[in-house]
Design a protein around this ligand. Structure first.
Ligand code: PLP
Length: 394
């Protein structure tokens, strides 16, 4: 058809460029479209009857998101996945999909600050109550289970002290009481640990972190069986926690190097932990891969391929010393997130644990001298050099 007007041309020319193409793109194109077109009512029916290779509206699904869902579901050994706009969107969508007013939820008291805020400030208003518990205290955990308890939510390794949740044990308890076990696997990734294989029912990620890995996207994903993911997708469609095609494309590209990155993060982190343990200005190192970790045996039972890129250390409880250290680093930057390519540090009492009182901090074992390191994928010699020069300068 020949178009007469400029506006018609502007709207239509070029749109069908890929429809008759002989060559195929080696990499995934970006489907930056809010809606899809159909040639017939039959094609529309095909979508509405559930053909997962057919798309309608990007809030409900998009090929870039689908590619990422298939990849992460496969890595986690789950049946299906749902991509959403952030890690918090993954947690809120999953919880709202699985729980109703009157239900009770158990959450690890060392969970991510955003998770604690979600259950305390929002879910409580919707009639979903929550108990924060020490997730590895078996007796205490069982004592908190009520007749209306529906689910347990925990992370694998806590922030910032890297306490490990004993998923095999917790899943045994959750099965015994008929609860749903939801695990936030953001810190370990499916490369280092697959919670579903140890009895978890749902896995959640902030893909903002390692799965994307390049510090340039905010996103999240939920992995579970088909039935639960279908529920999550209904909730995400209704809440609008959907993610954009470009973000999915970037995350999908980032995830292709996840295995390589996790090996390098883990190898650098264990070397840095060992180095820091020998330094006289460091009082204690928290890393699951060194024998000084209080759950070293459990770490070796659960993590067969590496202990991840997150570690923490304690220096003197002295903010001015910490500030001098931050200023003296050359390569290492202060950045209150994690899992990027470059090595960064964060300061829990100024960020994630800012609202805590001195006695609460003491209770969980954090001081102003506690530093969390997200160990990057640089060459280890350069990481060591920056830490060594900086610590010696203090
Ligand atoms: C960052 C993070 C979240 C929240 O993810 P966002 O993408 O920032 O919404 C949840 N859980 C853990 C363990 C995290 O590190």
């Amino acid at each position: 058809m020949k178009y007469r007007g400029e506006s018609t041309k502007a709207v239509h020319v070029g749109n069908t460029i890929d429809h008759k193409m002989v060559t195929r793109s080696k990499t995934m194109p970006i489907y930056e479209t809010s809606v899809f077109t159909y040639d017939s009512l039959e094609q529309l029916d095909d979508y509405l009857l559930g053909n997962k290779n057919n798309y309608m509206y990007s809030r409900l699904g998009n090929p870039n998101g689908r590619a990422l869902e298939k990849l992460v579901a496969t890595l986690e050994m789950g049946e299906d996945a749902a991509v959403v706009s952030s890690g918090m969107a993954a947690i809120s969508t999953a919880l709202i999909a699985m729980l109703s007013a009157g239900d009770h939820l158990i959450v690890s008291k060392e969970a991510y600050g955003g998770t604690l805020s979600l259950v305390n400030k929002e879910l409580s208003r919707l009639g979903i109550s929550c108990s924060l518990v020490d997730i590895n205290d078996e007796v205490n955990l069982i004592n908190h289970i009520r007749p209306n308890t529906k689910a347990i939510l925990t992370e694998i390794t806590s922030n910032p002290l890297l306490t490990i949740a004993n998923i095999p044990l917790i899943s045994k308890i959750s099965k015994q009481f008929g609860l749903l076990l939801m695990v936030d696997n953001t810190f370990m990734t499916p490369i280092l640990y697959k919670p579903l294989l140890d009895g978890a029912d749902m896995v959640i990620h902030s893909t903002t972190k390692y799965i994307n890995g390049h510090s340039d996207v905010t996103g999240g994903i939920i992995v579970s069986n088909e039935e639960r993911i279908a529920k999550c997708k209904r909730v995400l469609a209704n809440l609008g926690t959907s993610i954009n095609p470009l973000e999915c494309w970037l995350t999908y590209r980032g995830a292709k190097t996840l295995s390589l990155r996790m090996k390098q993060h883990s190898s650098n982190a264990i070397k840095l932990a060992e180095y820091l343990e020998t330094h006289k200005k460091i009082k204690k190192v928290f890393y699951p891969g060194v024998p000084s970790h209080k759950q070293y045996t459990l770490a070796n039972d659960m993590f067969k391929k590496g202990y991840g890129g997150m570690l923490s250390f304690a220096m003197e409880d002295d903010l001015s010393l910490v500030d001098r250290m931050i200023k003296n680093f050359n390569m290492v930057k202060l950045a209150p997130s994690l899992a990027g390519l470059s090595t960064t540090i964060s300061h829990p009492t100024k960020t994630s644990h800012r609202g805590f009182t001195e006695s609460e901090l003491k209770n969980i074992g954090i001081s102003h001298g506690t530093i969390r390191v997200s160990v990057g994928i640089e060459d280890f010699e350069d990481i060591r050099e920056d830490f060594h020069r900086t610590l010696e300068s203090l």
